[in-house]
Structures are given as structure tokens and as C-alpha cells.
Design a binder for this molecule. Structure first.
Ligand SMILES: Nc1ncnc2c1ncn2[C@@H]1O[C@H](COP(=O)(O)OP(=O)(O)OP(=O)(O)O)[C@@H](O)[C@H]1O
Ligand SMILES: [Mg+2]
Length: 388
């Protein structure tokens, strides 16, 4: 990637890198979408995207990510609420008049056109002069390192090359907003990771606002300024990758982002920020109380790297267990520790750990590394027709 070439393509001077603060560049206000009038694909969505931000919509299949993107692109109309782009409702303009670039999973290149013609297409529909088109297409192809493939047709390119053509085509007309729906979904792991870096570098260079859809959490955490975690048509939590990893607000987000052990139990009592939990099947644990109340069922989430096999410090949690498996991963070892209630915890330890299968161990962790959530939180309310 040549940053110099990327900078030549477009450099809107007003772009400020955002961290969620500042005026809303894109705004969803109480947006809902129902395709059938009975169930909601998107429910009561309020979302602000800042200018220059890389925001990712992350969530399981069917959680409403594409629907949200399609409403922003103007391909679908909300059944309720409004979406504005730079203060203007998006549905006032037909899609081709919105200054939005798009990249989708299946490239959607025109098969009968050459690479150059594909990339130049958004400029020719905007009536840019032929000389200008040639220059801008050249710069866009330089940016994705495909200048030498300009005469080929899409079928003569690899998947990664086709995706780069799609990227060049989405950026060539200097859109202020680029929407990407699982753009790397069809690529193998190595190429996907390479393209993640390329897209991120292009974002940094051009300062363009990107709304990106994926169901791959590591992709979301690597690339984004902020991530909106979708669940059942709503946003379960919106925050920086660090926020989502370290301070999940629900059992759903805790289990969707990164790896977590989940222990089920009942809240014995809440005291300040912490609560004492009686675990199902025996044992007790002190955890941070994240929205739980006394007597309620809860899920306690603990990351494998927050558990240790050293003795618990004063006030720490200690659970008796038996080693039930060892998985060697080079730089670390994952020990499976079976508790008295038969639940198995994954504990991340150094590769030098010597514990053998069947050995009795004490698994310990600090209360602040355990998060107790209501057992049913994180699941959106069941779909229902709210009427208008
Ligand atoms: N054109 C449509 N007509 C009717 N229902 C639809 C339509 N498009 C999507 N849906 C429904 O809306 C819900 C949300 O779908 P959407 O495509 O937005 O999910 P997604 O999060 O993008 O999922 P995936 O990760 O599988 O792409 C799903 O229940 C889906 O079946
Ligand atoms: Mg989708």
C-alpha cells in the first residue's frame, strides 16, 4: 500500500477523527423496520456515527445488521423513525445521488466490464470527464495495487483482487461515507487478515467514515473505533473494543466478545458494587454486580486469563477443582478445571504449568474480574407488534 497514492485519491479537509464525540454525521432516531408488519428486523434504534469514525455492526446471523445498513444506504425504508446523513434525511435522495460508497460480500462487479471500467463506473454515471475518469481510476487502482490489472475482466482475477477492485470502485468518487457488508466474508483467513489491514490503512489515510458489518468478532475488534453489538434487531451494547471486552454490560455481550467462562447461580445479596452469588451445584463467589438484584438468577462471566491456579489473595474467590484436560498452545496452556458441580472452567496459564490430569487444584480470581449479569439480560424483548 502506498500511503502517498492513497492520499492523492481524496483528502477531505474537514474530516476529524472521531471517538464518538462531536456532532452526529449519521443519526438513527427511533428507527424500526418490519418487513411483514408483525415482527421487527430492527427495533427502536438510536445510533450516532461521528464523521471519520470506523463503526462496526457486529452480531449473530439474523440480528438486523444488513437491514440497518440497507436503510442507511436507502435500499430499504424504515417503518418508523428517521435516518439523517449530515443532517439531511437519507430517504429524500435516490441511492445514486447519496454520496455513499458500498462494498458487499460478493463483490458485485460488472462481469462484462474491465477492471478500469468497473472502477470508473461511479464517475461516468456522475458525468465526470473522460480525462478525469482515467486519472482518478489510475489513482484508485494504485491505492489497491492493481494498476497492472486494469484491462482484465473480474473473472480473470482472484477473490482478493476482485474485492480490492470493489473497494477501489467504492472509494473512487470520494464518498463521505462508505458502507461495507461482510466485504471479506468470501476470502480465506490469511487474505482476510491482509485486507483488514489494507482497509484500516485506507480509512486512516482518507479519513472517510466507514460503517462496516461483520459477524467475526476478531475482525470487529481489530478494525473499529467503536462496535455496535447487535442482538435480535437491537443494539445490545455500543462501545470501543476495549469497553466491550473489559466491561460487557450483559451476559450476551460477555459471551459474544472474546472468550468467557459462565457460571450460573443465584444472587445471595448485593453490597455496594459487588454481590455474593451461590453457584448452582455448590460453591460461592463474589462478583461485580452488573444489574443484578438479591434473589435473582444470574450468570457470572470470567475470562480464562483472569483465572489463576495460585492461592487467592485475601477477599479473592477460590473454587476447588480437578484438572480435566490440558491443551498446549505454544505460548500458553489452557487447563480445563472441573468444579464440584461438574462445570468445566477454562484457565489460561503459562506453558510451564505442570498440573496433570486428575490433580486437585484451587482456581482463584479477583471479585472485580467476575461480572454477574441477570440470567435473562442481553436478550432483546420478544418481537411484538407495537402498533403505530
Ligand atoms: N427482504 C426481507 N424480507 C423479509 N424479511 C427479511 C428480509 N431481509 C431480512 N429479513 C429478516 O430480518 C431479520 C434481520 O435480517 P438481516 O439480513 O438484517 O440480518 P443480518 O444481521 O444481516 O444477518 P446475517 O449475519 O445472516 O447476514 C431476519 O430475521 C431476516 O430473516
Ligand atoms: Mg447480513
Amino acid at each position: 500500500m502506498s500511503f502517498g497514492q492513497a492520499a492523492l485519491l481524496a483528502a477531505p479537509t474537514s474530516v476529524a477523527h472521531a471517538n464518538g464525540a462531536g456532532p452526529g454525521f449519521v443519526q438513527f432516531a427511533d428507527v424500526e423496520k418490519s418487513y411483514d408488519g408483525r415482527t421487527f428486523a430492527v427495533t427502536r434504534m438510536n445510533l450516532t456515527v461521528a464523521r471519520g469514525e470506523f463503526l462496526t455492526l457486529l452480531g449473530p446471523s439474523g440480528s438486523g445488521k444488513t437491514t440497518t445498513l440497507n436503510m442507511l444506504a436507502g435500499f430499504e425504508r424504515p417503518t418508523h423513525g428517521t435516518i439523517t446523513l449530515e443532517g439531511q434525511p437519507v430517504d429524500r435522495l435516490p441511492p445514486y445521488q447519496r454520496n455513499i460508497g458500498m462494498v458487499f460480500q460478493n463483490y458485485a462487479l460488472f462481469p462484462h466490464m474491465t477492471v478500469e471500467e468497473n472502477v470508473g463506473f461511479p464517475l461516468s454515471v456522475r458525468q465526470v470527464s473522460k480525462a478525469d475518469i482515467a486519472a482518478r481510476v489510475g489513482r484508485a487502482l494504485d491505492m489497491v495495487r492493481l494498476r497492472q490489472f486494469g484491462d482484465r475482466r473480474p473473472s480473470q482475477l482472484s477473490g482478493g483482487q476482485q474485492q480490492r477492485v470493489a473497494l477501489a470502485r467504492a472509494l473512487v468518487f470520494q464518498p463521505s461515507l462508505v458502507l461495507m457488508d461482510e466485504p471479506l466474508g468470501a476470502l480465506d483467513k490469511k487474505l482476510r487478515e491482509h485486507m483488514q489491514l489494507e482497509i484500516k490503512q485506507i480509512h486512516t489515510m482518507l479519513g472517510v467514515t466507514i460503517v462496516y458489518v461483520t459477524h467475526d468478532q476478531s475482525e470487529a475488534l481489530t478494525m473499529s473505533d467503536r462496535v455496535a453489538v447487535f442482538n435480535q434487531g437491537g443494539i445490545a451494547q455500543l462501545g470501543s473494543p476495549d469497553d466491550l471486552y473489559n466491561t460487557p454490560q450483559s451476559s450476551f455481550v460477555a459471551s459474544f466478545i472474546g472468550e468467557n467462562n459462565t457460571l450460573e447461580g443465584v444472587v445471595d445479596h448485593v453490597s455496594g458494587e459487588q454481590c455474593r452469588v451461590r453457584l448452582n451445584g455448590g460453591g460461592e463467589i463474589t462478583a461485580l454486580a452488573v444489574g443484578v438484584t438479591q434473589g435473582s438468577s444470574c450468570h457470572v462471566a470470567i475470562r480464562p486469563e483472569r483465572l489463576s491456579l495460585s492461592p487467592a489473595p485475601a477477599g479473592g474467590n477460590a473454587l476447588s477443582a480437578t484438572v480435566d484436560g490440558r491443551i498446549y498452545l505454544g505460548d500458553h496452556l489452557r487447563l480445563l478445571a472441573r468444579l464440584a458441580n461438574d462445570q468445566v472452567l477454562t484457565v489460561k496459564v503459562g506453558p510451564e504449568a505442570t498440573m496433570a490430569n486428575g490433580e486437585a487444584v484451587t482456581v482463584s480470581c479477583a471479585p472485580n474480574d467476575c461480572r454477574a449479569f441477570p440470567a435473562d439480560a442481553g436478550k432483546a424483548a420478544p418481537f411484538q407488534n407495537r402498533g403505530k
